[in-house]
Design a protein around this ligand. Structure first.
Ligand code: ACM
Length: 268
């Protein structure tokens, strides 16, 4: 199975320019599970809801969803992409999931970071999306950027059956690329973190994004790690082999679920 990311530098507040880049780069990739960064059509840094509202889109009745549906069908892609979602008066920092057969679902970010709290509502549910892709049963869990910092998100996705976590991101702190092999190891799954690059300014703030998109295996390996400057589609071929035993005496799924149910304060 081919796993990939589009690492790029979304143009702030210019959705049409970003649609063009996304189309140009995804046209050149086939038969791949590919992840795009968080908020990949609008850029990241907004101080007020009104600045973003007209640039946000509905899901699934929005331009990005339509564009990705067409690309996924043409090139046989399973795509996860971060996008500012408008739902009536509310905004969410969301991700869409799209297969060659069409729209599969969406996830709304739970752990909002920094000024996102001024703009977005918090998401309220986790989902694992089951997709038959290239004759494999893909159980796709989604988390968005800062969700990585809270290990219970990845653990819950695992307990819901995920074998891959797709992770659209706009990372500004240096820690996540170091942590993701451990999220993959402790939960026995593959992770695909698609980060952005570049610098963004608002009236009174500047953020630099760290690039370094990573794809990790359940053996805590970096299958791929990009630089702070890499731009474009990058992918890696892997067999998606997951051994659920921690040792030959332990079964990950059964033992952990049984234990957590006996300890109700863990909230599982
Ligand atoms: C982040 O959650 N965009 C750091």
């Amino acid at each position: 199975m081919k796993l990939g990311v589009l690492q790029f530098n979304p143009v702030h507040k210019n959705v049409n320019a970003n649609y063009k880049v996304i189309e140009e780069y995804l046209k050149g990739v086939e038969d791949c599970i590919i992840v795009l960064p968080e908020l990949c059509t609008t850029g990241y840094l907004f101080e007020r809801k009104e600045e973003l509202y007209d640039l946000a889109e509905e899901i699934p009745n929005g331009n990005l969803t339509y564009i990705l549906m067409s690309l996924a069908k043409k090139n046989n892609l399973l795509i996860v992409a971060g996008v500012a979602e408008k739902d009536d008066k509310k905004l969410y920092n969301s991700a869409v999931v799209i297969s060659p057969d069409g729209f599969i679902g969406k996830y709304r970010k739970i752990n909002l970071f920094y000024k996102e709290n001024l703009i977005f509502e918090r998401g309220e549910r986790l989902d694992v999306f089951q997709v038959n892709f290239l004759n494999q049963n893909i159980m796709l869990g989604i988390m968005i950027c800062f969700d990585w910092f809270f290990p219970e998100i990845a653990r819950k996705l695992k307990l819901m059956g995920a074998n891959i976590i797709a992770h659209p991101s706009n990372l500004v702190l240096p820690y996540c690329p170091k942590a993701m092999p451990i999220r993959a190891l402790e939960n026995k799954l593959y992770t695909i973190t698609a980060n952005r690059i570049g610098i963004e300014h608002s009236e009174n703030d500047t953020l630099k994004f760290i690039g370094q998109s990573v794809i990790c295996s359940p053996k805590a390996e970096y299958l791929m790690i990009l630089s702070e400057e890499d731009y474009g589609v990058f992918s890696v071929e892997t067999d998606l082999k997951i051994e659920h035993e921690i040792t030959k005496f332990n079964n990950f799924q059964e033992d952990i679920e049984k234990l957590y149910k006996q300890l109700p304060f863990l909230g599982f």
